[in-house]
Write a protein that binds this ligand. Sequence first.
Ligand SMILES: [Zn+2]
Length: 170
Amino acid sequence: MRVKLQLVICNDEGHEETVTDVITLNKNNQRLEQLGLTLAEAKQLLSTLQRHLLQHQVATFLDTRSTCAACGALLKIKAHASRSFRTLFGTFTLDSPRLEHCDCTRHQTSSFRPLSALLPESVAPELLYMEAKWSSLVSYGMSLDALKDFPHSTALRGGAFHLLIESHPR
Ligand SMILES: [Zn+2]
């Protein structure tokens, strides 16, 4: 049995705008261990879903910032660039173009990166919260191996946990 999961993004009126294939799973159903999602499938699903969702959200945000707020003129792209964003479900590279300000208004700089307004930090607040929370668990003896089993473990900074384990010897 093939199971195909799609991400359907709708506009505010509920009309479908984009349909993206997220993941296709080949699932058998003859044995107990074949039922439902495996941990590996769940991790892959969350990571892929997160990537598509982030790309769509960032593209939509950049679209709203691509014109001059004063006169509506399309802003020129000065340089293409990217930046990384760490989330609970992985670290992703996002487009972050540098745009030239419009001549119609005075600005302190000649160009700006619109994405900096959305991402003042490169880490999702929820990931920071979880890292702080789990750091305290590590100090009580939870091993790094156990942490690897969680769906967002790829996002966790291994180095940070090593340091914590060293500073809290069991
Ligand atoms: Zn303008």
